[in-house]
Design a protein around this ligand. Structure first.
Ligand SMILES: Nc1ncnc2c1ncn2[C@@H]1O[C@H](COP(=O)(O)OP(=O)(O)O)[C@@H](O)[C@H]1O
Ligand SMILES: [Mg+2]
Length: 231
C-alpha cells in the first residue's frame, strides 16, 4: 500500500483521540502545524512531530501506528527520502520502540535482487564510525527492505543546497573522515563506487556516515561467486 501521509495522520489522530493519550487541543495544534509544514514541501507527519516534541513515548506511538504487513515489526513514522529505487522511512520497532531508517526497494526485478543482497551483505561486514550501521535486511514477498541506524542530520547534498557553504576547515575534516571510511572499506576488500554528497548522511551529532552500498563491489572471491549466481 502506498504511504499517504494525510491518511496516516487522520488514522493516528483517531486512535490517539480514542485513547485520550494526547490532549485534544494539543492534537489539533499539531495537525495544523503538520499541514503547514507539508504545504511548504517539508516531509512532515503527525507521528514525527509528536516524537520530536516528546508528546508521546516511542513505544506507545509504535503501538498506535497502523501495521503494514510488508514491513513486519516496523511502523512507518515519516518519509525521509524518495529515490529512484524506492523510499527511505523513519520507523519504530513495535517491540522495543527503537527508531531506525528503513530503506524499501520497490519494483525490483529478479535480475536486480543481487544488488539488494550485495548492499546488505557488504554493509553488514563494515563496522566503522563513518559507515552507516545496518540492523536487518529482509525480504517480504518481492519487496526487500533494509533496516539501518537512523541518521537525523540530513545528507550533504541537502546541506550544501540549503545551507551556508562549508568552511575550508570543515571540508577538510569531512574529507578526512570519509577517506578513513573508504580506507577501512578497502581494507575489507570493498569499493563503494557511488561516492557523492547524497550518500553522505549526518547523525544527530553532525558526524558523517557513508550510506548506499548498493553498487559497492566486493573483491572477495566467495562474494563474487555468490552474486554471480544471482542469489
Ligand atoms: N540511515 C539513514 N538515516 C537517515 N536518512 C537516510 C539514511 N540512509 C539514507 N538516508 C537518506 O535517504 C536518501 C536515499 O538513501 P540511499 O541509501 O542513498 O538510497 P538511493 O539508492 O535511493 O540513493 C539519502 O540520500 C539520505 O538523504
Ligand atoms: Mg543514494
Amino acid at each position: 500500500m502506498k504511504w499517504e501521509p494525510a491518511r496516516e495522520d487522520t488514522e493516528l489522530a483517531r486512535r490517539l483521540g480514542a485513547g485520550e493519550r494526547v490532549a485534544a487541543l494539543t492534537l489539533q495544534a499539531c495537525l495544523l502545524e503538520v499541514g503547514e509544514r507539508r504545504s511548504l514541501g517539508m516531509p512532515a507527519s503527525l507521528a514525527s512531530l509528536l516524537l520530536d516534541r516528546e508528546l508521546i513515548s516511542p513505544l506507545e506511538l509504535a503501538e498506535l501506528l497502523p501495521a503494514r504487513e510488508e514491513f513486519g515489526p516496523y511502523r512507518l513514522v515519516r518519509l525521509v527520502a524518495e529515490g529512484g529505487m524506492g523510499q527511505v522511512y523513519e520507523v519504530l520497532d513495535v517491540g522495543s520502540g527503537a527508531r531506525y531508517a528503513l530503506k524499501a526497494i520497490t519494483e525490483l526485478s529478479p535480475e536486480e535482487l543481487p544488488r539488494f543482497t550485495r548492499e546488505a551483505e557488504v554493509n553488514a561486514r563494515l563496522e566503522h564510525p563513518h559507515v552507516v550501521r545496518i540492523h536487518a535486511a529482509r525480504l517480504k514477498g518481492s519487496q526487500p527492505y533494509l533496516v539501518q541506524e537512523l541518521l537525523g542530520g540530513g545528507d550533504l547534498e541537502q546541506r550544501v543546497r540549503e545551507g551556508q557553504p562549508l568552511e575550508p576547515n570543515a571540508v577538510r575534516e569531512l574529507a578526512l573522515k570519509l577517506v578513513s571510511a573508504l580506507r577501512y572499506a578497502h581494507g575489507h576488500d570493498v569499493v563503494h563506487r557511488d561516492l557523492k554528497p547524497s550518500n553522505v548522511v549526518f547523525d544527530d551529532r553532525g558526524e558523517p556516515r557513508l550510506v548506499d552500498w548498493g553498487i559497492a563491489r566486493s573483491l572477495r572471491a566467495n562474494t563474487l561467486k555468490l552474486t554471480a549466481g544471482g542469489i
